[in-house]
Every structure is written in C-alpha cells, then in structure tokens.
Design a protein around this ligand. Sequence first.
Ligand code: GLC
Length: 503
Amino acid sequence: MSSSSPVVDEANRIAALFDYPAAEVNRGVKEFIREMNEGLEKEGATLSQIPSYVTAVPNGTEKGIYLAVDLGGTNFRVCSVHLHGDSTFSISQSKVAIPRELMVTAHAKELFAFLALQIERFLQTHMADHFTSHVEKRQTGHVTEPYAEEQIFDLGFTFSFPVNQHGINKGTLIRWTKGFDIAEVVGQDVCGLLQEAIDARSLPVRVAALVNDTVGTLMARSYCSPGSTRALIGAIFGTGTNGAYVEKLARVTKMAKIDSERESDTSYDKSTGEMVINVEWGSFDNSLTVLPNTPYDVDLDEHSVNPGIQMFEKRVSGMFLGEILRRVLLAMSRDEGVKLFGGESGANGNGIPADSGLYVRWGIDTSFLSTVKADHSEDLGATKAQIKRELDIDNPSLDDCRAVKVLVHAIGKRAARLSAVALGAVVISTGRLNEGDGIADVGVDGSVVEHYPGFEDYLRAAFREIPEIGEEGEKRIRIGVAKDGSGVGAALGALVARETRGR
Ligand code: GLC
C-alpha cells in the first residue's frame, strides 16, 4: 500500500521482509520436530534436549523455605521463597543489574565472587536473625565447619544457559548465550564455581540444585495451578528464549548412553517414566534451513559475540528485537532517499545527535517496542516521547513515528509467529492434545510475552494455521504467566534435591 510519504513507504517495504506466512510456519514446525527427535537420540545435536533430572512436576503441596538465585538475563536476583504447601508462596527478593564488564571478563572468579557478595548482602538484609547467629557462632568458634545441618540454607541456582547436567546440582556449561562470554567457564561445573565463591565468604549456604529458568517456570506453573491438569511446557520469552517440557523417559533414547557413561552420579527416579527436558530452542535451525533471514538479521548476527549460534533466539527474544529495529532505523536514516529522522546530517537542524542511542549497539531496549506497539493515539505521542527518550531525537515527524510503528509491529509479529513454531512443535510432538484431558498447559515468563501487546494473539493465530492443532486444538492450549517462575522453580528444585538426599 502506497502512502504519500517515502519514509512510510520504505518502512512498509522493509516490514514485508519480516512477513512469516502460514506455509513457513508449518515448514518450521516440521523441522523443529525433526530436530527435537534428533536431540533426544544423540548428544551434540542442534537442539540440545538436555535431561534436567527432574522426573516429576510439583502438585502444589510442597512446603518449606529456600534460597534461590537467578543468573541469566540482565539482572542477578537473590530471593528467599516460602512455599506454603497450598499452591501459594511468598517471596522476598533483591535484584542488581549485572555489570557488563563481568559478562565478558576473562576471569570466572570475578563474576562468581560478585554473585556470592550479593548473596551475603541478601542474607544480611533479609535473613538477619539467622545470619547473625551464624556469624556469631562462626566467630566464637561454637560451630566448626561443616556447619550444623539445620543452619545451612539450601539454595536453588537458576542458571539460564545451556548446561550439560550431570545430576540435580552438577552441570557443566556448554556455551554462553545472551551476550555473556567468559571462556574459562565453558566445560566447568557452574554449581562448583558458585559454591567455591560462597565458601570463600564462609556463608551458610549449600548450592543444592541447578535449574534452567524454563525448567523453573514449568515447575512454578505446576506448583501454582491447582487442579488435575499438569503443566506440559515452561517457556521463556524474555532476554533470551527457550522451553522445557515433560517428555516420556522412553523417548529420551540417548539416556541409556548417558547413564552408562556417568554411572556414579546419575541416580534419579525412573518410576515416573518421565523426565523434564530443556530443549535449548534458542539454537533451533542454526544452519538456517527454514528460518527467515533478512539483511538486518544477517547484520545483527555478524556483529554478535557468537555468530552463527542461537539463530532462533536472535529473531525472537528481547535482547535482540530492539537491536534488529535499531539496525533497520539506522539504515533508513542513512538512506539518502528516505532520511528517517531527518537523516544523519540532521536536516532542519534537528536530526540525529552524534551520541544518539541509534548509534549504540543494544541502544534500543525491548520496552521501546512494547511502548510503541501500545501507542494507538492519533499523534503517536507516546512513540514520539520514546524516540526522544531513548534516541535523543527531538521532534520526529509524524511520518517518522508511523514508520517506526510499522517496523515495531512487523518485527514483533514475526517473533510471535516464530515462537508459535517452537511451542506448537512441542505440543504436537508430545501428543498431549490427544491424551488425557486433551489440554496442553503452558507456563510462560519474560518481558516479551508479558509486555509486548498482542503477543499471545499472534501466537494463537499461528497455532490455528498449523493443521495438527487447528481452530479446535488452539482452544485447548492453555497459556498463563508463571510469575517469579525462576525463583519459585529454583526453590522447588532445592526441595526435590533435599528429598533426594533424604532418601
Ligand atoms: C538462553 C539460554 C537458555 C535460557 C534462555 C532464556 O536461550 O541459553 O538456557 O533458558 O536463554 O533465559
């Protein structure tokens, strides 16, 4: 559709590159299921399909107080979670942004020492009584290490990166994602690294369980939803994207080989016949056989810390959506025939200041997209304000704002339809729509799914276009936000670990 504005016309042209039609969705689903099966058969496949050693999901009756920490996005969170045993919980937490220099440091110790320090601060603030008595005893020598069992907090560690899990509190990092890059940690046991840093501060804390945020989300959703339908999938659409689901143990054919290789430390309960699997779907189709690939995707990937890796995530998750948009806007501002925002030279004396976020990698946050998407005013006032705030561009024209909105819509909609590929493929491959009560329950968390307006509607529209799900099946996919999923999930992980130790 032609408008009278070259800026809007160009935005429409570029937006069309982000179309992801039904036929492509279905091609994606088939490939996704193929890669899922491959990941269940062998290690080192594109979809890692990592066994979590969680063999049953909670039912809401679990009780206790646990510490939980969460590393995996922009912030590091420390919380104490009180599970009341009736599907409810209370939580107190503190959150700090992870300094960027620690995400790419050469020394693992710096990052883990920072984490341990935050845990110590949290104990001082939130668990003062217990912590003070512990410190006093430590100083007066009443307790010799190892500390008395009842004085030690069990901690669930949500570590949201691909980890080869060897047991409930053991796992080696496969690779970093989401902008982290500390080579030294790859191949090391991340629980061990955290425990060392905790011990260096003599804190009464035991790293009891290691959980991916998706596994935590799945467990939290199960704990919080009363009733007989158990959660099938936990999915994150936030800084990164990934999912975990309940798989039939018999289908995890690589398990036999893993068991025989790691005999000593892989005791787990086989009686449920199930295992929660962390798909690590951020790396779906790294070879780009079915994923859409615009020049802006290519550009983003080439300038990332891990080119060729996490190709699905780079089209779907919050860390990257703002960056895709930034690269489109930058190209349009440099295009002489278009001159978005007045162009680089700053026509009319307005234009783009040299220190604008438009020139800074990661200069556009995903919240920018959510705000613009939600702006339905005629003068696009909120969009204008957002452009001013984040890009420092004064008075963008109405057409500039319209162009930004067209692009925000296109990039977000493609992300949601790609997300439907992942969720749809998992739903189909488990057969859950055709067994039991026929409901596939999905717990979700993350800034994109929570705050990008219409994300779920786009997901659902795409589900209906997949014949194996269709109009009728789509209604039986239940989606709900699992609030504080990683905190509650990690606490539930620590609880499972305690029960396993007690057996
Ligand atoms: C990245 C990580 C994955 C995590 C996801 C969501 O994809 O590799 O482990 O679950 O982000 O945080």
